[in-house]
Design a protein around this ligand. Sequence first.
Ligand code: ADE
Ligand code: ZN
Length: 332
Amino acid sequence: MQEQIHKLPKVELHSHLEGTIKPALAQEIAQRNDVSLDSNLFHSNGGYAWSDFPSFLTAYDNVSSCLRLGKDYGDITYEYLKDCAKENVVYAETFISPDHAAECGISYDDMISGIANGIDDAERDFGIVGRIIVTCVRHLGPEQGLNVVQTMVDNPHPYVVGFGMGGDENAYTLEEFADIYNIAKEAGYECTVHAGEICGPESVWDAINYLPISRIGHGVNSIKDHELMNELVQRNIHLEICPGSNLSLSIFPDWDSHPLPSIMNKAVSISLNSDDPPFFNTTVGQEYYDSAKHFNLDIDELKRISVMAMEASFANSKIKSRLIEQIQKFQN
Ligand code: ADE
Ligand code: ZN
């Protein structure tokens, strides 16, 4: 089974590029940029040190602070996609944060062209297809979000396929971001938003009622509301589920309490994702192994998850149908 899971073509829809930087790479980039990273950032076990959601967000900001150039963004993209390809991930969408780049003095154009180079190099070397979802940061507020979406729309790039938002779910209301999302949607970008991770089902209702989204980041707390689950099925809203992240952030105390099996039973479209791999000691492949082990999923169910993910991806129809066919052809 391990071998079968390894070989299965997999799809990642939910990772944060700045959150994929491993500690050794953060230190290497910091050193060459003459940046001193906060000494509290590293745990004695070699990982990142944080203890709860707010301190995780702070650690995420601290890691991102090592970046200075478009090339740094290229390097972290290449490393992330290389790791994905080693696990037979064939397609990966990653969230990028122009606010974090700006904080480091990196322009939107430099950021995007650096990432696009990383995507091209990774596709050439490993065959993996990478795409970009531009995100704003919820706790920086709607005004800042407007800057981000306007910059995205004014500077189109073929690899930028969607718009999204991460950050503190308790900050502001989703209604306040409706205009921003409508700008993205009207310009042709598919949309997703983090909701139902830290907050309850009401946050997912807000997402589907106020924002033109076809996917929700996490959305796991939707399980507490039957009507909402039916609505997600009816509207074909996909949930980007990140079980390892949820357990690390104590959203659920253990695998037994994680709602993935109940969500799958309700026929909601889902994917399995790493979120911020080194922070949560995971990878997308690990999420497939762990879900198979703890939820008794067989290889056909994992294959179905991979197909659901590719169907919900923001890739163009040519890439979508090619990769869905590749997954479906996979022989157990
Ligand atoms: N930014 C990076 N990871 C995140 C998460 N899990 N939730 C919200 N914002 C994030
Ligand atoms: Zn996330």
